[in-house]
Design a protein around this ligand. Structure first.
Ligand SMILES: [Fe+2]
Ligand SMILES: [Fe+2]
Length: 293
C-alpha cells in the first residue's frame, strides 16, 4: 500500500509534466517567432496553453510558486500567463516541454487521454454556461486536469500503471477500482496530491481528487469548490456516456442527485452532444493532434 510520505518523496522529483510530441513540436514553432507584440500569435498560444492539460498544470505550478509570492492563488490560465509574461513562459515552460514527451505505450495511447480531457473540459464549459456559473475559465480548467494523476502515475509508477491498466482491461473492472485494490490510492488521489504539493488553488485540488466520488462534497468545502467538483464529476460521466474514454475499463453513472445540485436538466446531455464533439475535434486539430494515425 502507498504511504503519503513515500509519495511525497517520489513526487518531489517531478517539476514539470510532459505533453505529447505533436504539441511539443507546435510549441517549438512558437519559440521561433517573437511572440510578444503579435496579438494573433499571443491569442493562439493562450488557446494552446489553456487546452493542453499538462501545459495548464505546469503554468499553474509556476504562477502559484513561492517565486512569485502572490497574496492569492491564481486559477485562471489567461491571468497566469499575464503574470508570468511570454518571455518567462517561453524560457521556463515551453522550452523544456519541447525536449521530452509522453511516450505512447502499447497499452496506452495518450491521444485518447487528450481527447477525453478536452471533451470533459468543453462539456464542463457548456454546463457552466447553462447554469450561469461566473467562473467559466476555471470550470474548463478543472475538468481539463481531472485525470492528470494518470500522467503522474505513468511517469512515477510505470509498472504499477501498466499492471492496473492491464488488470482493468482483463477483468473489466474500472481502472480506479483496480488502482485502489492494488495500492490503496488512485489517480484522483495522486493528481490531487501533486496539485497540493504545487500549491494549487483549493478548488482545483478538490475537483481533481474527488472526481470519482460520485457524491456532493460537504458544505465546509465552500460553494465554488463544491460546484467545480460536481461539474467535474458530471462532465467526466457525460463524456464517457458519449463514448470518449481512455484505456482501461470504466463506467458512467449520470447521477441524478448531482444534476439536481447543479440545477441542470438531464436534457442537457443530448442537447449539446453534437457541439461538444465538434468543438473537441476542432480543439484537437488546433493542438495538431490527429486521432487517426
Ligand atoms: Fe479519472
Ligand atoms: Fe476522466
Amino acid at each position: 500500500m502507498f504511504k503519503d510520505r513515500d509519495i511525497q518523496r517520489k513526487l518531489k522529483n517531478l517539476t514539470k509534466l510532459p505533453t505529447l510530441a505533436e504539441v511539443g513540436r507546435l510549441l517549438e514553432s512558437f519559440l521561433q517567432v517573437d511572440i510578444e507584440g503579435s496579438p494573433e500569435i499571443e491569442r493562439e498560444l493562450v488557446f494552446i496553453a489553456s487546452s493542453d492539460p499538462a501545459l495548464s498544470f505546469n503554468i499553474l505550478r509556476m504562477v502559484n510558486s513561492a517565486y512569485y509570492g502572490l497574496p492569492r492563488k491564481i486559477s485562471n490560465i489567461e491571468e497566469a500567463i499575464n503574470i508570468i509574461g511570454f518571455s518567462d513562459l517561453s524560457e521556463y515552460i515551453l522550452k523544456p516541454m519541447t525536449k521530452t514527451f509522453l511516450t505512447h505505450l502499447p497499452y496506452y495511447d495518450w491521444r485518447s487521454f487528450w481527447f477525453h480531457s478536452l471533451a470533459s473540459a468543453i462539456t464542463a464549459r457548456y454546463i457552466g454556461k447553462e447554469i450561469d456559473f461566473p467562473h467559466i475559465g476555471e470550470i474548463f480548467t478543472a475538468s481539463l486536469m481531472h485525470d492528470i494523476g494518470k500522467i503522474v502515475e505513468a511517469l512515477m509508477y510505470p509498472s504499477f500503471f501498466k499492471e492496473a491498466i492491464e488488470k482493468s482491461n482483463d477483468n473489466w473492472v474500472p481502472f480506479f477500482e483496480i488502482e485502489r485494490s492494488l495500492t490503496g490510492i488512485d489517480h484522483a488521489f495522486l493528481g490531487g496530491f501533486l496539485a497540493r504539493m504545487w500549491r494549487f488553488p483549493y478548488e482545483y485540488i478538490k475537483a481533481i481528487e474527488s472526481h470519482h466520488d460520485n457524491h456532493i462534497p460537504e458544505e465546509f468545502h465552500g460553494k465554488k469548490a463544491r460546484i467545480l467538483s460536481v461539474v467535474t464529476m458530471v462532465a467526466n460521466d457525460i463524456v464517457k456516456y458519449y463514448g470518449i474514454t481512455t484505456p482501461g475499463a470504466s463506467y458512467y453513472v449520470l447521477n441524478g442527485e448531482l444534476f439536481e445540485f447543479l440545477n441542470l436538466s438531464r436534457e442537457f446531455i443530448d442537447k449539446f452532444s453534437f457541439e461538444i464533439r465538434r468543438e473537441t475535434m476542432l480543439s484537437l486539430e488546433r493542438l495538431s493532434i490527429s486521432l487517426h494515425r
